[in-house]
Structures are given as structure tokens and as C-alpha cells.
Design a protein around this ligand. Sequence first.
Ligand code: GDP
Ligand code: MN
Length: 384
Amino acid sequence: MQIHEFQAKNIFKEYGIPVPEGEIANNPQEAISVMEKLNSKVVVKAQVHSGGRGKVGGVKLAENSDDVFRFSSEMIGRKLVTNQTAGNGLPVNKVLIEKVTEIETELYLAVTMDYESGSPVVIISTEGGMEIETIAEKNPEKILKIFGDPLLELLPYKIRKLFEKLNIEPSLYKQFSSIILKVYKIFVEKDCSLIEINPLVISNEKFIALDAKISIEEDALFRQTKIQDLFDSTQIDPLELEALKYDLSYVKLYDGDVGCMVNGAGLAMATMDITVKAGTKPANFLDVGGSADQNKIKKAFEIITEDSDVKVILVNLFGGILRCDIAAQGIIEALKDKKEYPSIIGVFRGTNSEEAKRILTDSKIKLIFAEDLIDAAKKIKEIE
Ligand code: GDP
Ligand code: MN
């Protein structure tokens, strides 16, 4: 789960990581008040669950109160499209107003999980401000890493060795290591999957986190009750939000038109591959889960049919704990009151698959059966 920059910065403050002085504003008038209080030039920052805001007008420097009013009016109430957002962007409901920081040096700092070593990894680069993907591609030698240890945490000597490679004023070492240790502590204590500070800047011999991104591991949310309250449903696709309520793994994909309903993540991936092989593209990833019941299937099917991008639905079920006949009932329930719906291709195998086919044939639902995925691919091609 993601949280907003200002919320991440509040956590930084709690742990003693320096951030620019600032406050949140819900409207342009509030933005002016914050600027007056700060009594300085400010940066106006759109609060959306996405980076890359700077390049698309989501981060602006305001010299005076006219600027701050204009920039916040332009941002609040609009959607911001960045190179990281899908669909038509994310709505801006608040802006963060911060004192401008003079930048001398920009660094990139992140902590995430390294699945190979099974431990958290701290990633640092002197190419701050740039996207880490670009640095990784063009200057991979400029990305430095140090690994934590699940038992020993992060040993200070590793930070010192890394610092020596960075070409930073030695007198700043204490501050630097303190920030790294604190970010690492947040990562562990808040069950994060990612903390990213890009840029971490040096300004007047002080380190300041100019940007802040924190993602929390969803499987640990049950014990992060304070962070649960920061959930912002406006930053999620409405269909994804609906799926979340029913515990369905659903990801909307914006460039396809084949809706996929599958049980099991591996099977779902294979099904998406097959739709691409057939010369089309999946409109979503959807794993209803191994132990779905009729109601969950109904909900999943409704979510797919509500997606106006979907032209064909591919149902690929392998009956196990979820019996195919139960799934068939769920599909019938979902379509009961619908006069129109996309063409449906169904592959039913495993437990009670024959029963499922019989139930669906007896219902008035128009559904084309396919033997397997290859056959399904052929039939998608015929329809499209
Ligand atoms: P992002 O584009 O969504 O990652 O948003 P950032 O918070 O990283 O801001 C984008 C860029 O704006 C940063 O990389 C900085 O170069 C610049 N910026 C943000 N705040 C300040 C500031 O206080 N002073 C200066 N000089 N530049 C800033
Ligand atoms: Mn940034």
C-alpha cells in the first residue's frame, strides 16, 4: 500500500530525519496561509501516489502569493498524468507547501527487499534527482548497495565504507549515517516494501529529504494499524478498489480488451500470455483465488463486465477446491439481469467441469466453450 509524500514525511519527522518545513493545503486559500506562515518562497507539490511529478507540472516553485494561488488552483481538483500513472491519471486533492531548499548536491537513497539475499538492501547513488531506472541503464557503476541482515540489522562499518566512495565532505558523515540508520529502522518497524528519497539533498552542510515515498507490504498491514488509516481510495482505480473489498487479486491493464477470469496466479499469467499469442491483449490480471466461492466468482465476473474496455471475456478455470459447477453458478448469477455483455469464451477443466458445461448450456447465457488455452486463443481470434 502506498501513502502520500506528506504522510511519509510525517513518519520521517517522527524518526528524526530532516525534511523541509511545510504544511498541507486543501485549497488555494490554505496554500497562501501556509506560505505566509513559512514566510519564504515555497514549492507547491501535488499529492498523488506517483513519482515523476516534477516533469509534468506537479512540482512548482512559487515566488509570491499570486504564484502559490495559481499553482495550487491548477493542481487541486485536476488529475495528474505522469510517466508512472496508468489510465487517465490520479486526482490531486491536496498540495504540500514547503519552504524552498537550496540544492548543492542531490543523492538517491532507497531501502527495499533484496529477494536473492533475503535481506533489506540500501541503494545509494550520487545521481539523485534522476530516475533510478535511467541510472541503472546508463551508469550502473554509480549505484551502490549495502545489505542489512535480518538479525544484525545494518552494521555501521558498511555505511562508512560506502560513504568513502561517495566523495562527500567527511564532516557530513555523522549526519549521513544517522539518516541511513533511521531510514532502515523505519523500513523494518513499519513493514515497508520500499522507502525512496529522491532526491536526498545537501543544503548548507545539512542533509534534507526533499522527496519521500513509502510503500507498505500489504501482508503486514494488519499489524500497522496507524498506517491502515492513511489508505487513500481516490488513488486507486474504482474497479481495483471493488476487487480489494472482495479479496480478489485484480489489476486493470489499460491497453487490452480481453477480460480474463482465472483461478490461480500462475494460470492467470499463462492465460494472459495466450491472449497476447492470439494477437490481442489482456484487459486485466485477475486471480479469483483457489478457494473462491460462488459469490466471489459473481463479483469477479461483474468487475470484468463493468470494465468498458472489455470486448471479449476469457474464463479459464481449473476446478480443484473451487468446483467448476460452483463457478458456473457464479457466472450465471452475474449475468442474470444483463441484456448485453461481451462474448465469453470458457475453458472448464478439473472438478465438475462437465457439470459446469451442462449448467451453462442449460442457462440462456451465450458462451463459447473451448477445450484448452490453444483452442481458446483460436476462438478469440475468430471473434476479434
Ligand atoms: P517527483 O518528480 O515526483 O519525484 O517530485 P520531487 O519531490 O522529487 O520533485 C521534483 C524535482 O523538483 C526534484 O528532483 C528537485 O529537483 C525539484 N525540487 C523539489 N523541491 C525543491 C526545492 O525545495 N528546491 C529546489 N531547488 N528544487 C526542488
Ligand atoms: Mn522525486
